[in-house]
Structure formats: structure tokens, C-alpha cells
Design a protein around this ligand. Sequence first.
Ligand code: ATP
Ligand code: MG
Length: 414
Amino acid sequence: MASICYGFGASSGLSPLSRFLSYLGHRPRPESPVFWLSESVDAKVLPHAFVRVGFSRGIMGEGRNLVGVDIGTASIKVCQVKETRKGLGLVRLGYAPLGPQAIVDGQVMDAAAVIETLQKVFQDAKIRQKECALSVSGQSVIIRKITVPMMTEAELEEQIQWEAEQHIPFDIKDVHVDYQVLRRRAEASQMDLLLVAAKRDQIEEYLQLARNAKLRPVVCDIDAFTVQNLFEYSRSLPVDQTIALINVGASLSSLNIIANGVSAFTREIANGGNVITEEIQKQLNVPHDQAEAYKCGGSGDPNQAGMIPQQVVQVVEAVSDTIAAEIQRSLDFFMATSGEGEIARIYVTGGSANLAALARAIERRARVSVETWSPIEKLSIEAKEVDPVLLQTRAAQLSVALGLSLRKEKEARA
Ligand SMILES: Nc1ncnc2c1ncn2[C@@H]1O[C@H](COP(=O)(O)OP(=O)(O)OP(=O)(O)O)[C@@H](O)[C@H]1O
Ligand SMILES: [Mg+2]
């Protein structure tokens, strides 16, 4: 298992990693790949938060699963799970749409609306547990695979800020920096790292939203990695193949290419289902809600059930192709620069994965078979409070919230 950590430890003479692990009651092991992204925030309010890439069953740690809270552009999704003998069981599920002006292109425009919706989701879903895991994504997160000379964990911890400065296009003071050792290549005296930097402002903003909604955020992950963790839980990662996981939401598409069981390339594309809705709105001259209903396969008018203008189909096809073309540019870049093998299969999830036209467009462009992956395929319903219809209709949108809900209050590292 590999770990990336956003650390929020109290300042002390210890290294951030030691502080974090001391807090958890674990002693650091020299081989533990751990990412720290932060100096002290407020240890009383937020003891720690970290990102993990790679999930392994059996070493998930102790304590309860955290409530997975996905604050997306279009909606908030909340999942509470428990691990049963049969596997992952869903105990509570919450979903609430956000107005189109609440979060625009990943920027929180109306914090009060987000906080109110967050509180309402917890209330409606009857979730009393406050400890939760959040994630961030978008332009304020930079993930790079880099190569550095072979060094010890302690040397790397000292060196990482300098290394990050060479690769991160932000002022280093404004970001949390973290890393994970992907591979040690003794023969070349080099090691490959996954370097992660996330803007402090954005992390703090999301944490503050949760705190204002009376929640206690414990972990802060990155969208693409949460999807990977859930996929690994669900299917396990192929060790001898390259696959791509694509989460297409409302304003963002996150791409994560996994080669030989580790994340080899990630990219966020600032495009998603919103663009399709906006184009339907423009071309058919209809209000937002009707355009959204058309796109999702309804008419938006109860008297005209099932009547979707042909023009809608054309817009969905055309814009899906534009999104697919952007995804393809990233796939091309990966193929040209990584030296990894051909991509064997692409898995698409996220709300916009409901559009069959999008999967077809990606398949056409990439010439690789595309599977629409349902994040709930290995999930059982464990409580009567879970609405099975809500679960089915929102299934594709739950990959991030469910991935987050795999995280535990206290996690050991391997
Ligand atoms: N049945 C459906 N058919 C087509 N599109 C759908 C359907 N259900 C949801 N969507 C679209 O999926 C998008 C929302 O997906 P998701 O919940 O994954 O996004 P988000 O997490 O809120 O946004 P982002 O990740 O971009 O911040 C919206 O654009 C919505 O219109
Ligand atoms: Mg999302």
C-alpha cells in the first residue's frame, strides 16, 4: 500500500511524519511512503488530513470508516459504509443538488449555500457521525511524476520542498507539498516519486466549509486517488496492464492512468457535463433545468414524458466528442512521454458517464475499449435508511464519496 499524506500536525521538534504517526499511535517505518502537505493548521480542530494513493484490503487501519463527503460542482454526495463479512455495506446515503452558482468551475462562490446543503444532506440521510473525509481537485492540485537521485527517507523529507519548487508552477509557500515513492531503481541510483501539491487556500476553504457545517474533517484526499482506491477495492488493479480511470463530473473530468498497479499519470480536464447542458440551453433556447432534463433523458415536462428533440441528441454527441478529444490529448501525451505499454482498457465513471454517447466518443477516439464502471458494483445495502432508488439513480456519481468512505479514523501505513 502506498500513502500520500496531507499532514496537519501541531508544531513540535518532531518531523511532520513523526508528529502525524505519533498522533495516530504508530511509529514511522523507514519505508513508509508518506506525503505531508502542511504545517500546523489547528491541531485541536483538525488533527490531520492526508491523501492516499493505493488501497489494500486488510491494512486499512483502525477505528470507524469516515463519512465520505464529496462536494462536487453540481451536487453533494455523502456515503457512510461499514465493512461486513460480505464486503462493503452502505449504511447511509445522502445526495443534494447545488444551485448552478454555488460552485463555479471548482470555485466556491456561495459558501453559505454549500454549508446549508451539507448540513441538510447529513440531516436528511440521518448521519450523526461527524468525522469525515473530503477531497479536492481542479486547477489548484498539481500531481507530477518526477525522478530524483536515490536518497534516504530522511534526506527526501528535507529535500522535497526544493524538488517541488523545480516542478510546481505555484509559489511553494502557497501549497502543501507531499510525495510518494513509486519505485526505487538501484541500478540507476534514482527513484521515481509522485509529487503532489495542493493550494493551501483551497484545502483550507473546503475544510472550513465542513467545519462550518459542524463536521470534523479528518482526511483530505484528491478526487482521482479516491476513485482509484475504490476501483482497487472493487476490482483490484492489474499488475501487468495499463488502464485509465476517468471520472467525468459536471465541470471537471479527472483522468488517472494506472500502469502496473500504480498511478502513472493524472490530469484534470476543465470540462464535463455542464458544457453539454449549456450547449443544449443555447442551441434550443430553453432554460437550464429543461436543458438538464433533456440531457438526462427526460423532457423536463411531465406532459411530454420521453419526448426528447433530435437536436438534443446531436448536441450531446457533438459535445461528448469535444470532451473525448480533450481526454485523447492527455492520453496521447501520456503515451508519448511515459514509455509505458498501450492502454488496455478505459473505465468511465462520474455523473456524465450516464451518457452512453460519451463512452462511445471516448472509445472512438482512443481506439481502446471503454467500460462504464459502476462504483456500487460491490456494495450491499446494510440499512433500511438507504433509499435503493436514490442509490441506483445516483450510482455513477458516487465514486468519490464512496472512495472517501473507505478511509478510517486511524490508519496504519504499510
Ligand atoms: N442520467 C444522467 N444522464 C446524463 N448526465 C447526467 C445524468 N445524471 C447526472 N448527469 C450529469 O452528471 C454531472 C454531475 O456528475 P457528478 O455528480 O459526478 O459531478 P460533480 O461531482 O457534482 O461535479 P465535478 O466533479 O465536476 O465538480 C452533471 O453534469 C449532470 O448533468
Ligand atoms: Mg465530482
